[in-house]
Write a protein that binds this ligand. Sequence first.
Ligand SMILES: Cc1cc2nc3c(=O)[nH]c(=O)nc-3n(C[C@H](O)[C@H](O)[C@H](O)COP(=O)(O)OP(=O)(O)OC[C@H]3O[C@@H](n4cnc5c(N)ncnc54)[C@H](O)[C@@H]3O)c2cc1C
Length: 358
Amino acid sequence: MVLKTFGYKIKLFFQFMKFAFRYWKTLGSLEQTKLQKKEITSKPVKDKYDLIIIGCGPAGLAAGIYAARQRLDFCVISKDIGGQTKINTYPIENYLGYHYITGVELEQKFEEHFRSFDIEVKYETVNKIEAGKEGFNVLTDSSTYFSKALIIATGRVNKTLNIPGELDYIGRGVSFCAHCDAPLFKDKVVAVIGGGRSGLDAASQLVNIASKVYLIEIADEIKQLGPSTDFVRNHPKVEILTKTKTLEIFGDQIVKGIRISQDGKERKISVDGVFINVGYKPSTDFVKGLLKLNDRDEIVIDKNNHTSVSGIFAAGDCTDISEKQVIVAAGEGAKAFIAASEYLTKLKSKKKEIIKTV
Ligand SMILES: Cc1cc2nc3c(=O)[nH]c(=O)nc-3n(C[C@H](O)[C@H](O)[C@H](O)COP(=O)(O)OP(=O)(O)OC[C@H]3O[C@@H](n4cnc5c(N)ncnc54)[C@H](O)[C@@H]3O)c2cc1C
């Protein structure tokens, strides 16, 4: 009986200790949470800036480096860093300072330079911009920010065919840019897919380099679209295939050919390169109705990167500049920053004037 009572007391003691330990642990973690909260809340969440740069391809990167060097109150909002250069595995032979460098390597150099400054980057997608009296609200997928001035450098995305092999062979025979990659196809057979303006331009560049150019168009005919139309139509190296749909790009390590359907009949053509020119889409949906766009949805800018709204500047492939190239986009980013900086200086001096007169 005595032993039984003693055993019961011991059991009670251990149960109490277990409970006390759990209580102490809970208290501990509560304290920790409080501390963490304190740490988080003591860090101010910044959402107002003098300048916000939207997009971080070559244009946004260049603007960001200029802004950082001027110690401006700014941030960059972008889906990623690098933009189109990041997906370009081909060599870029037309960027100053490098005889031969792939897009991916060049992007790494850009990023290294950019990250050597303490630049605040928010990895978010901008969905809308609202213009107000004092500046602009930038609405992203997760927050809203305010800025006195904006630089839009959101570039563009190439439209794709959505056929097997297309994405697999980018950098191994498939290209979206004849300006950039035509020299790699010297004396080779290539296919240009898309007989619109950019397809015709691509074909007219490629005839000087390749041994044969197939121009493939889904419609019944190649429309008359300026001087390159007749040049391409009559060129002995060009074979035009209308009413033709491209079904597949095939190969092994590199492109070997395409499978097409012409008038309902399928066949294969051997080619070394495929230039896809079915258009591109500037990433400008979020400024529709706010900024003046041209018929291709590109932001209309003047020679100093001003858009149709005072305080908003734009640079690179999202604008109506005719050349869509890395070197051009980087230069345009720098120009847009200089214009935005001048705007902010004027804004400050105007405010001072107002303060003085009051
Ligand atoms: C396969 C390929 C090969 C090429 N080869 C060459 C070449 O050899 N030589 C050459 O000079 N050029 C080449 N180009 C073209 C060159 O890459 C572009 O001209 C250049 O990248 C344009 O820079 P950008 O900064 O204007 O835009 P992009 O590079 O398109 O960058 C736009 C940025 O904006 C971001 N963004 C877009 N929309 C939003 C949004 N709503 N919210 C937040 N962020 C957004 C994107 O994530 C990206 O970071 C090539 C392009 C491709 C695709």
